[in-house]
Ligand binder design. Structure first.
Ligand code: HEC
Length: 293
């Protein structure tokens, strides 16, 4: 009973340590948090192994001493494996059944009072210890994640991975795949890029200064997304519109293109006169227009 208590307290200490450390290092060591349960189990397993080893060593020492004191008693020398095997299978052999026979007998069927096989019993003790450890870890100290939390964490992680994947996809956008994004976040970023790089020539509200007006229906190089994207990417250097592909990522060009796309039809004061050709949205002439640049 004492030993059981010790083992339980060892478990309790290990699990509470595991929990405390997990909180301390949460921000620094994601790896530790991820494998926390495995580490705790491994440490618990090692401790149990060490305890078993110590126990066997002690037993072996005792036997040696006994053998020294009574050398004549040690007749048959069994290997450790034979001893182990007979120990975990200890049962009264059939020939000695009479010694464990109970008085119960029904229709000629007699009942023996044989011991439970030790291998089974140890397995049973182990499940009890495991259950206690499990209970402490998940329900008492709360150091382990229950199913719902684990699920939520995995979903959050998967979401992050999807986002990084999509972001990397974003950098592959080109004039043949670009689409208009009405996501307010994209449009806000697009406006920031516009304010930082473009408004000197195109005006604070896209009304046009040196560069053309974005708020009318007239476009020099085409008013669909693919054409706008393409003009920004490759520029019109001979007319003073520089290529932006070295300074903006494809995703940023897509965002600023989307922002410019939303300007058509807004009526800012002092608009620059229309330049280029009337472009009606809906009748897209993407590929020809963008190749013409
Ligand atoms: C130095 C001035 C200047 C800056 C800065 C500038 N542009 Fe331009 N942009 C021009 C000029 C000039 C044209 C007209 C080119 C032409 O006549 O072919 C133009 C044309 C365009 C067109 C095509 C308009 C049409 O009618 O087809 C788009 C789209 C455009 N710019 C977007 C941008 C964006 C986005 C930025 C910022 C990232 C930017 N520009 C920065 C001067 C500028």
């Amino acid at each position: 009973m004492r030993i059981l208590k010790y083992i339980l307290s060892v478990f309790a200490v290990i699990f509470s340590l595991g929990g405390a450390q997990a909180q301390d290092t949460e921000s620094t060591s994601g790896l530790y948090a991820q494998y926390q349960l495995e580490i705790v189990i491994a440490v618990a397993g090692l401790v149990c192994l060490a305890a078993l080893l110590a126990l066997f060593t002690a037993l072996y020492a005792l036997r040696s001493i006994a053998a020294l004191e009574h050398p004549q008693e040690q007749v048959v020398k069994e290997s450790w494996w034979q001893r182990f095997w007979s120990n975990i299978n200890k049962a009264v052999p059939v020939e000695q059944e009479a010694t464990v026979m109970t008085s119960h007998e029904y229709d000629g069927i007699k009942e023996l009072d044989n011991k439970l096989p030790p291998w089974w019993l140890y397995g049973f003790y182990f499940t009890i210890l495991f259950g206690v450890g499990y209970l402490l870890h998940y329900h008492v100290f709360g150091t382990g994640d229950l199913q719902q939390e684990e699920y939520d964490k995995q979903m959050a992680q998967a979401k992050e991975e999807v986002e990084t994947y999509l972001a990397s996809q974003g950098n592959r956008i080109d004039e043949s795949t670009v689409t208009f994004s009405d996501d307010p976040a994209d449009l806000a970023v697009g406006k920031q890029i516009y304010d930082a790089n473009c408004l000197v020539c195109h005006g604070t509200e896209g009304q046009g200064v040196v560069g053309p007006n974005f708020t009318d229906k007239y476009w020099i190089h085409g008013g669909d997304m693919a054409s706008i994207f393409s003009t920004i990417k490759y520029g019109v250097p001979e007319k003073g519109m520089i290529p932006w592909e070295t300074q903006l990522t494809p995703q940023q060009i897509q965002q600023v293109s989307s922002f410019i796309y939303t300007l058509e039809g807004t009526n800012p004061p002092n608009p620059k006169e229309p330049q280029g050709e009337l472009f009606e949205r809906g009748e897209s002439s993407t590929s020809e227009e963008s190749e013409a640049i």
